[in-house]
Design a protein around this ligand. Sequence first.
Ligand SMILES: [Zn+2]
Ligand SMILES: [Zn+2]
Length: 159
Amino acid sequence: MNNAALQLWVEKISLECFDLPFRHRATFNRRLKATGGRYFMKSHDIEISPYQLETYGAEETEKIIKHELCHYHLHLMRRGYRHRDADFKALLAKVGGSRFCKSLPERAQRKPAPFKFMLKCRACGGEYLRKRKMNPARYACGKCGGKLQLFVLDFKFES
Ligand SMILES: [Zn+2]
Ligand SMILES: [Zn+2]
């Protein structure tokens, strides 16, 4: 998706969810890494992190856009546009925006966790790698429905 498509997307969300037009600029900013989006009070422009879209997809990015549009519209209406303001909280809840500008959790920037466990089917021998410890009694083999046994891997598969 390029900036022109993002602009149209933000304009569409603004009209559909806020009943108000977005009359400024929305652009992707590749330097935004820990932050999903940003609203600029001086220019009234919005920036969205392309990593947000790449990592979390369109649905989560739409929530970030709604969050930034809450800042945008409330600011232009001279109402409470800051995170702690009641107007902001109410509008955000109404449109279903993300609660945080910073929606990219720290862990998304780190390497994915390696597999430390393996569930192995006692019946067919099917193997399932897991990052977290799981109780094998609570799951069944996805291929044959057989009972599973948990192994702790002493070597690590990188995912
Ligand atoms: Zn915010
Ligand atoms: Zn099986």
